[in-house]
Write a protein of this length. Structure first.
Length: 77
């Protein structure tokens, strides 16, 4: 689908299904992305709340936490 002004800002949640291996890989990717951002900018948590970098960092943390919670629910560990 081509992005247009009408569909670009669709903020509805998306549901995806993952195999065990895909979910494990997603968890690794999220952790490495967070680690990489922190290594590149150790003072990221001291940036203003409206900083795009800090917002992206926090979004990754939230995604990681949700993915881990889903993992615990799904696999019990």
């Amino acid at each position: 689908m081509e992005l247009t002004e009408e569909n670009y800002c669709d903020q509805q949640p998306v549901t995806m299904e993952f195999t065990f291996e895909e979910h494990d890989l997603l968890n690794d990717i999220l952790c490495h992305a967070i680690d990489g951002m922190y290594i590149a900018c150790p003072s990221i948590c001291e940036m203003p709340m409206d900083s795009e970098i800090r917002q992206r960092y926090e979004m990754l943390e939230e995604m990681r936490d949700r993915s881990y919670d889903l993992w615990k629910t799904r696999f019990g560990n």
